[in-house]
Ligand binder design. Sequence first.
Ligand SMILES: CSC[C@H]1O[C@H](OP(=O)(O)O)[C@H](O)[C@@H]1O
Ligand SMILES: Nc1ncnc2[nH]cnc12
Length: 291
Amino acid sequence: MAQTKIGIIGGSGIYEIEGLEDARWVTVDSPWGAPSDEILTGRLDGVELAFLPRHGRGHYLSPTDVPYRANIDALKRLGVTDVISISACGSFREELAPGDFVIVDQFIDRTFARDKSFFGTGCVAHVSMAHPTCSRLGDACEAAAKAAGITVHRGGTYLAMEGPQFSSLAESKMYRDQWGADVIGMTNMPEAKLAREAELCYASVAMITDYDSWHPDHGEVDVTQIIATLTGNAEKGREKVRRLPALLGAERAPCPQGCDHALEFAVMTAPEKRDADLVAKLDAVAGRVLG
Ligand SMILES: CSC[C@H]1O[C@H](OP(=O)(O)O)[C@H](O)[C@@H]1O
Ligand SMILES: Nc1ncnc2[nH]cnc12
């Protein structure tokens, strides 16, 4: 049977994970450029795990400049099967309070200055994003968070903005009242799209750090407040990660939702019209279907 390899992409405030057996930071070369940082590999409860700090250690990459394609390609090259994103997010709902976690299941993509696909001229592909997250992975994240004593909400729409500035009051109200978003961040798009193209299961855990700009009783968002909430939650977050491998297990059955076969009917370009250089770059992401 196939083996699980969990990939964790740590967002703001999460630059390493502790307690891995045989922990090693490794450099992974990708034809899509350099990933955000080296990747920390090891084992937890007998399950292989790889951790990548999204903004790099020392948080030197802005949300716009995170090399999303290189990151997903590098995780795929390492043999990762399941990607879990952990992100700091603002909340659009009173009941999603700072310190709570939300297992995101939908996205609205408002980013505009990023490379959003591995495919393009010379190899065109269209994958479905109707259900952008993997519910099996979401189940494990929910159970791990509960076991760690975290208040966790299942389901929510994540509005991905370009940033780096936070939203204006008018934007915040529009996302909340007209668009029905639940949480806001700057990084899960195009990450979730690229994970789908790479046939990786993807789950997103939003750690609520603030009420964005809409809330009449809360001031403007500021980074000090975000870091204070993240620091206050750090131990529970670590405990949640420690519990994930045992919940997912070392042996991996095919994804019931089909995330690991997302490219099955997606490639449109006739074999004789394919660009050889692009096809070569797609070896890890799409080698299964491009042969
Ligand atoms: C530190 S506040 C803004 C910053 O935090 C979030 O990053 P991540 O999703 O990687 O946790 C947000 O998207 C912004 O990039
Ligand atoms: N309010 C907010 N908007 C965008 N990204 C965030 N990350 C944490 N809080 C945020």
